[in-house]
Design a binder for this molecule. Structure first.
Ligand code: FES
Ligand SMILES: [Fe+2]
Length: 345
């Protein structure tokens, strides 16, 4: 259930509500050979692939005696409990079998679990807890591209979704946090040209081959795209090699704890480094961020101005992302008031 709208909700309340109405990844597609456990905003979930190959997301607690369904097995369209074998349909959560009953027509009619939407995209399984306020991310810059994805090992960080996204796309920290992976990079940030369109924020930067290893595949145009609440990507358009992509999808285990699902993708005929090599380099970058980001105070963007913060022009992308998140909060409040239909922009 959504947090009930109070007369004067804080921005934090609104952010939490907006996330319950937003899509987040809860598992990697490649891991679904066995049922996977996940937690999204405190909800304990199981993610599995049913007998027909369709990804499913349901509540993880068995309503018989509380066993953990992620320890269970898949039988055709259902997940079977590891304790007494009750089975639940992955599409709608109804109990389809109670092995101890001689007469299956006597299954308790209300013995069901909650089933959530499940969509596979970018190498991950995505779900949403409540009616979505915006559609699942479908970046316009990738729509006519044949991208091959490689999902990375997820990273856990004691930060909120917005703080994690802001780190992913911040450009002023490179010379301090990424000295090793990126080599020397300029401290002064050029005037950023940032464009916001609803819940999406875009920016382009040029990278020239003289920037060292980081641009080993020649000159490129970097297209940054964030979308509130939890999507951040860079598309590297190399003049010779083609398109490669890195994207991060922090998923809120709770308000102040994320599991960062992320991955890289290359266009199918990309002429540069392999996907595995791209992942190795990007992981080195991420692992440099983690020790800094996990000590941010507060752990999430201070939506209610509970601490002072000061911004400079290098923060323009971040500030626009905050506006995008604010737009998402407004849309969620309107949705809850019954006035809105989902749209990405
Ligand atoms: S606890 Fe799940 S079947 Fe008994
Ligand atoms: Fe970083």
């Amino acid at each position: 259930m959504s947090t009930p709208a109070t007369a004067h909700p804080t921005k934090r309340d609104q952010a939490e509500r907006a996330m319950r109405h937003s899509w987040f990844p809860v598992a990697r597609s490649a891991d679904l050979e066995t049922p996977q456990s996940a937690v999204l905003l405190g909800e304990r979930l199981v993610v599995f692939r049913d007998g027909s190959g369709t990804a499913r997301v349901t509540a993880r607690r068995c309503p018989h005696r509380g066993a953990d369904l992620s320890q269970g097995v898949v039988n055709d369209g259902s997940i079977g409990c590891p304790y007494h074998g009750w089975e639940f349909d992955g599409a709608d959560g109804t109990c389809t079998r109670v092995p101890s009953l001689a007469d299956q027509s006597r299954i308790p009619s209300r013995a069901a679990i909650r089933a959530y939407p499940a969509v596979e995209r970018f190498g991950h399984v995505w779900t949403v807890l409540e009616k979505p306020v915006v559609e699942l991310y479908d970046p316009v810059e990738w729509r006519d591209r044949d991208l091959v994805w490689l999902a990375a090992d997820p990273l856990d960080s004691p930060t909120g979704v917005a703080a994690a996204i802001e780190n992913f796309r911040d450009v002023a920290h490179f010379p301090f946090v990424h000295k090793v992976s990126m080599g020397p990079t300029p401290e002064v940030v050029e005037p950023l040209e940032v464009r916001r369109d609803g819940v999406d924020v875009f920016m382009e930067r040029r990278l020239d081959a003289s920037s060292g290893d980081w641009a080993a595949q020649g000159d490129c145009l970097m297209s940054y795209h964030c979308s509130a609440p939890g999507f951040a990507s860079i598309s590297y358009h190399y003049e010779q090699a083609g398109l490669r992509v890195v994207a991060g999808f922090p998923s809120p285990v709770s308000y102040e704890q994320v599991r960062i699902f992320w991955g890289v993708a290359n266009e199918r005929d990309f002429k540069g480094d392999s996907l595995e090599e791209c992942l190795r380099v990007e992981e080195m970058v991420y692992l440099e961020d983690m020790p800094v980001v996990e000590h941010l105070q507060p752990r999430e963007v201070p939506w209610d101005a509970e601490v002072p913060e000061f911004s400079v022009p290098a923060d323009l992308f971040t500030l626009n992302y905050r506006r995008a998140f604010g737009e998402l909060m407004n849309r969620t409040e309107r949705l809850l008031a019954g006035e809105h239909t989902p749209a990405r922009n």
